[in-house]
Design a protein around this ligand. Structure first.
Ligand code: SF4
Ligand code: SF4
Length: 104
């Protein structure tokens, strides 16, 4: 089984509580979800679904399109998945793939 640090694109492992909150805030500020056709206004959390521990959306029920690939966070942290709002965070989706037998 791979270590979390190998998949931890946001480098959150080892961050202090304060640093973690700061990084989460940074991701939320750059997040493009509010302009996405899938997004539901008033959702809580209001984006940054790619970030670990933010959680999936409580309001989004239907996947329409995902614009994560156009987001600066996506590029900066070299993310690889989409539909974080419904399918869970980058780390979580990577783990699911790994546990789902997608590795050699
Ligand atoms: S990659 Fe997607 S979920 Fe993450 S901050 Fe950007 S738009 Fe939001
Ligand atoms: S995670 Fe993707 S699909 Fe979901 S609201 Fe954000 S941009 Fe849209």
């Amino acid at each position: 089984m791979a270590k979390i640090s190998e998949y931890d694109r946001f480098g959150e492992e080892g961050l202090s509580k304060e640093e973690y909150a700061k990084r989460q805030d940074y991701v939320l500020k750059s997040c493009k979800c509010a302009g996405c056709p899938t997004f539901v206004k008033g959702d809580n959390p209001a984006g940054a679904y790619c970030f670990p521990l933010i959680g999936t959306s409580e309001a989004i029920r239907r996947e329409k399109d995902c614009i994560c690939e156009t987001c600066p966070i996506y590029e900066e942290y070299e993310l690889t998945h989409t539909f974080y709002c419904t399918r869970c965070s980058q780390l979580c989706q990577t783990y699911k793939m790994e546990l789902g037998g997608g590795h050699e």
